[in-house]
Ligand binder design. Sequence first.
Ligand SMILES: NC(=O)c1ccc[n+]([C@@H]2O[C@H](COP(=O)([O-])OP(=O)(O)OC[C@H]3O[C@@H](n4cnc5c(N)ncnc54)[C@H](O)[C@@H]3O)[C@@H](O)[C@H]2O)c1
Length: 422
Amino acid sequence: MSSTPIGLSSRTDVRKHPVSIAIIGFGGLIGRRHTAHVLSNASAALVAVVDGAPAASELAAELAPGVPYYHSVTEMLSACAADNSTPEAAIVCTPNAYHVPVALELAEAGVHLLVEKPLADTKATARKLVDRARELGVKLLVGHHRRFNPYVVAARKVLEASKAEPRETGESGIGTVTAVSGLWAAYKPDDYFAAGAWRRSRKMGGGSVMINFVHEVDVLQYLLGPIVRVSAEKTLRRYDVEETDSDVVEDGAAMTLRFASGAVGSFVLGDGVVSPHFFEAGTGENPMIPQARRPRRHLDESDESDIQRKGQTVRGEPVDVYRIFGTHGTLSIPDMTLWTCGDKPRSWVNDITVRRIEIDDDPSVPFERQLDHFIAVVRGDTPIEEGPGCTGEEGLRVIAVCEAVIEALDDAHGGRVGVDTA
Ligand SMILES: NC(=O)c1ccc[n+]([C@@H]2O[C@H](COP(=O)([O-])OP(=O)(O)OC[C@H]3O[C@@H](n4cnc5c(N)ncnc54)[C@H](O)[C@@H]3O)[C@@H](O)[C@H]2O)c1
């Protein structure tokens, strides 16, 4: 692995003035990560931290010493207006249902936005924000950071190369994609839900579809194009709940997906199952979640699939979470295995050739790369439509798919629902 950054059309230029950034909801799970990244980025200046939680002021002094703390966005904007110090940009890390009200208030003050995923809790509120940001000339990106993950970057390169005319034999990509199978299956502990009641409230934008599947939808659409139809069935419940309560969220689902290209997909989602088959464990991108490895037969032997993380050798084979099937091969992610017929004609009776696709960046960097991209977009160095960043319109399309999944889940007969982006 080299340290060369990838996935950006331009890196930030540290000779320019640092972009002033505020973090809204800095005290939460993801707000703390963004705070640390902004503090360590030479092209950014953390100028305010905002959070309404009772102990947030003490936390601000600990996590961002010397940075002005505000209880609310309103308080921050009026203090900044008084001395002409309104931040150029903000990262919104509040619970899903507060993304749009908070982001609209910032947009009205001309603050450029990186809004955590999902862009909004509903398609209707997302549309309001996307349209208003456009009218105001405010740049709006959505925190679908996996686009910056080196495994996703490498997969996209394979799929782009696969669009070239496939050769009948010899090295080629996977040809035309016909299907994908995906997994996001993990166990979230009880204290995760106890720490944020919104995570189990549909009205607050909680649930495994709006919190986790949103990531999957963005990656799948980024790699394979728009999803146009879904069907879905709920998994067993982990907690006793009143099924008729409209605020109850799903724990997971089995889904089918249809892409505009004609490709189809199946996906199993669950946040109450013990499994290594989820993106964070597969890639090791989240410092809080250990990377899962499938054991080799002889664990004491070193092997090229061993990896170095934080100065330690991580042994074993990587696990997979997506398999993308094509007319000429299959790509498995994030173990990055490319299966083709190699030099032989395509046939199930011929040996399958296996190749490992190299990634060329550290798996733990997507948040840093996303921040670099946001800074470049705010400065005008990179047009918002260029590079891997998720635009407001793309973020809205993710919500449209997730709303269709929820509608299908609510159908007692496992409904088929078309994705409506209007
Ligand atoms: N990109 C990722 O991988 C990732 C991971 C986790 C969470 N998220 C997203 O980040 C967001 C936050 O999730 P979390 O798990 O960190 O939630 P959290 O509950 O841990 O933190 C939210 C924080 O926002 C604060 N807050 C609430 N309303 C506010 C308001 N109006 N103004 C200012 N502060 C406010 C809360 O006090 C809390 O500190 C969600 O949208 C979630 O989907 C993204």
